[in-house]
Design a binder for this molecule. Structure first.
Ligand code: ADP
Length: 263
């Protein structure tokens, strides 16, 4: 799987350019983390990347082909999108919500068949929540709901998952569970993920590549260790940053600590 953006430029109407020369070429499998300050254009980038909004200039390419040249169904079979999970009072059970992800494979008004329900079972097992399948979505925790939303994206067997802040709004244990599921899917399942995150530490922890959105609308792309540096983060977030490594019993963990200058 290769996903790339070439010469990506975007502005809303006649406003200033939000994205002004975004270029990257990401070869899977593995995880690409997208980071940047509030308003830097992460959500806009995601929408342009997926063709939900048209680039002003430039384009997005999946396996070398401009995404505009794919049919809708053909594209969404290969790409699973996980929007920010806002748990609603859904009157669906977990398995009913997850089977909705099969719609790219179903004809109009078609009922899901045996194969669809098998794919649902497989996706629920992959994210570790098979035991919740009969529960109502409104009766599970925020972390469990996020895993269910990821399962919904997995039922099309996508080559690429695109996730908008998958760990936001979760407590830190659930953040680790969601990140661990993504790490495992991308390591064992051979799939790729592009995740938009507010946490540089999470990027360092699970991503191979990072794209850092800069205030001038450009983006820095490369190996995470080369992009998530004190210097780059200070420029992107306009605050001094300290990066330190702590030794845990089983691994090294990188801490990213921003620091307001003392008055
Ligand atoms: P991020 O996701 O990094 O916080 P966004 O992509 O949401 O950033 O927004 C980038 C910039 O584009 C911001 O300055 C925001 O105000 C502006 N913007 C976002 N959506 C619209 C819109 N529909 N119309 C005009 N400007 C917008």
């Amino acid at each position: 799987m290769n996903f790339s953006v070439r010469g990506g430029v975007f502005r809303y109407g006649r406003d200033k350019y939000v994205l002004n020369g975004v270029d990257f070429s990401f070869d899977g499998p593995g995880i690409l983390a997208v980071l940047g300050a509030n308003g830097a254009g992460k959500t806009t980038l995601m929408k342009c990347m997926l063709g939900l909004m048209p680039w002003t200039q430039g384009g997005s390419f999946l396996n070398g082909k401009n995404i505009r040249e794919y049919g809708q169904k053909e594209f969404w079979k290969q790409v699973g999108y996980v929007p920010q999970a806002k748990q609603s009072a859904f009157v669906y059970t977990v398995e009913e919500m997850v089977v909705l992800g099969r719609s790219a494979h179903l004809g109009a008004f078609a009922q899901p068949g045996k194969k669809d329900w098998e794919m649902v079972d497989k996706a629920l097992a992959e994210v570790g929540i098979s035991h919740l399948k009969q529960k109502l979505c409104s009766r599970i925790s925020g972390g469990e709901y996020q895993l269910a939303v990821i399962a919904r994206a997995l039922v099309t067997d996508p080559a690429l998952l695109v996730l908008d802040e998958p760990e936001s709004n979760l407590d830190f244990k659930n953040q680790m569970i969601v990140l661990e599921v993504l790490r495992r899917l991308c390591a064992d399942g051979g799939i790729s993920a592009i995740i938009n995150t507010h946490y540089p530490e999470h990027a360092v922890d699970i991503s191979r590549k990072s794209l850092l959105m800069m205030p001038d609308g450009t983006a820095r792309y490369g190996d995470t260790a080369e992009i998530i540096t004190e210097h780059n983060l200070q420029e992107a977030f306009d605050i001094p940053v300290n990066i330190r490594t702590v030794s845990l019993p089983d691994r090294e963990y990188t801490c990213v600590v921003p620091e307001l200058p003392r008055k």
